[in-house]
Design a protein around this ligand. Structure first.
Ligand code: GLY
Length: 461
């Protein structure tokens, strides 16, 4: 948790951005796994954490933008809770640490909201992503669950995106800590990777590292020798020599700031010439992406420049052909990289994705492209100092996609389909760093996880 002035200042900025009415922000509640008392790990809502810092269940907050009043709704624990959970800090003591002096029992939230509705005041709320909070909003506002998103406040979404997108120094320091845990996770995976090892064994070990750092993984570990499947959560294979192991994993530390890295290593400990050739292209795209990341540039343009590096590299080894710029303009590179270059990172691994990707990753000047591949780019808009984003190009050989494009004669001017036959069992390579946009350019956050082929082979040795 940061100091109380941090939260007071953030809420003040939020109030200044909202013209009138009340802002209603809901914290999360425990969610049952298989019966009511056996719950999933509790994860507070990130926006609630950003403005109130309180990492506890069943809280809500109302900010009156006209009077400036702030109220936190929640309940003190009963003696039964103390017996099971131990002594608990009183709600008032918690809220004072974040600069909120007024608290009310949770049940009072209903009448506070009803009073505002009766007075014809605007209620600004965010699109809910948890079933429990959809029910709470439905009961508070009388809006049917299927319409809650449509009635959520665009003004509030835009205000929050503007504030959370630019990270404070203290937030970057937290992300750096998450990156340090991520570094250890990836180094351990590299050292464990060898023929005969069960993927789950590595996945479980690195998840434990995130956990032993006081947090958890920032998303379910992606780890597979079938790295051509972009988000492969199946860890059932036994590693085989000749294959590549792709690991996409990061940590969320106790403050809930996240890291997200991908590395790809040869199971045998040594890249074959064919693997090294493709790997070097992905590494060049990653480095080019970082070189071009600076304030004023759009991340869409950086994505397209990285795509050109990929198309040009694949052309040099005979897998693509034709003019590189035309190839990228036609989306031909997306046969090999059918995803975007990166996304925002912060309190969420895909920061603020719950608020709507269109508001987080795009603006009036930069609109999403609907071309296959680039359509998946989560972050396209103009960069500003303080943005934290991922830089994660990749090359994948996805047999079903190659088969489809070949059969449907898609981009035949740019793809040498016959040469791809010998790559169908190649897998995929992705290389991902977390970067901070600075005044002049950008920097990798924390120590860079070994990335050149030689560095990777050294670690594996
Ligand atoms: N690294 C996983 C993701 O970006 O979805």
């Amino acid at each position: 948790m940061f100091n109380r002035e941090t939260y007071i200042a953030r809420r003040q900025k939020l109030k200044e951005k909202i013209s009138d009415g009340i802002i209603l922000l809901l914290g999360n509640v425990d969610s049952p796994m298989n019966y009511a008392d056996n719950t999933y790990y509790f994860r507070q809502d990130s926006t609630f954490l950003y403005f109130f810092g309180l990492d506890f269940q069943r809280l809500a907050a109302v900010i009156d933008t006209d009077t400036g009043e702030e109220i936190i709704f929640g309940d003190n624990v009963e003696i039964e809770d103390i017996i099971w959970m131990g002594p608990q800090v009183a709600l008032k003591e918690k809220t004072e640490k974040v600069g909120v002096s007024k608290t009310e029992p949770y049940k009072i939230l209903q009448q506070t909201v009803e009073r505002a509705i009766s007075a014809g005041r605007k209620i600004h709320f965010l699109p809910p992503y948890r079933a429990e909070n959809k029910i709470v909003l439905n009961e508070l506002l009388g809006i049917s669950i299927s319409k809650l998103k449509a009635y959520s406040s665009l003004e509030l979404i835009r205000a929050i995106v503007a504030l959370r997108s630019v990270k404070e120094e203290q937030e970057v320091a937290e992300i750096k800590k998450a990156c340090a845990v991520g570094y250890q996770m990836h180094l351990t995976a590299m050292k464990m990777a060898r023929a005969g090892v069960w993927e789950q064994n590595i996945a479980g070990t690195i998840e434990g590292i995130a956990n032993s750092g006081g947090g958890m993984v920032s998303f379910p570990v992606i780890l597979s020798q079938n790295g051509e499947t972009l988000h492969n959560h199946d860890h059932s294979n036994t590693l085989q020599n000749g294959r590549l192991l792709l690991v996409d994993a990061g940590a969320e530390i106790g403050s809930h700031y996240a890291s997200d890295f991908t590395r790809t290593v040869p199971v045998s400990g040594k890249f074959t010439a064919k693997q090294r050739e493709i790997y070097e292209i992905v590494l060049a795209a990653n480095n080019r992406g970082r070189e071009l990341t600076k304030p004023g540039s759009t991340y869409l343009s950086v994505h397209l420049a990285a795509a050109e590096v990929i198309a040009s590299g694949l052309k040099a080894i005979g897998l693509m052909k034709g003019d590189v710029k035309d190839a990228v303009a036609n989306g031909a590179h997306a046969l090999f990289m059918p995803h975007g270059l990166g996304h925002m990172l912060g309190l969420d691994v895909h920061d603020m994705e719950d608020l709507g990707q269109i508001y987080v990753g795009y603006d009036e000047d930069t609109r999403p492209m609907n071309q296959f591949g680039t359509a998946y780019l989560r972050m396209g808009r103009k960069l500003q100092p303080g943005f934290v984003i991922t830089n994660e190009p990749g090359i994948y050989f996805i047999p079903a996609l190659i088969e489809k494009w070949k059969a449907e004669k898609i981009n035949t001017d740019f793809i040498n389909f016959d040469r791809l036959e010998s790559y169908l069992d190649f897998g995929g390579i992705r290389l991902e760093d977390d970067i901070l946009v600075t005044e002049k350019g950008c920097e990798i956050i924390g120590d860079r996880i070994p990335i050149t082929p030689d560095e990777v082979e050294d670690v594996m040795r």
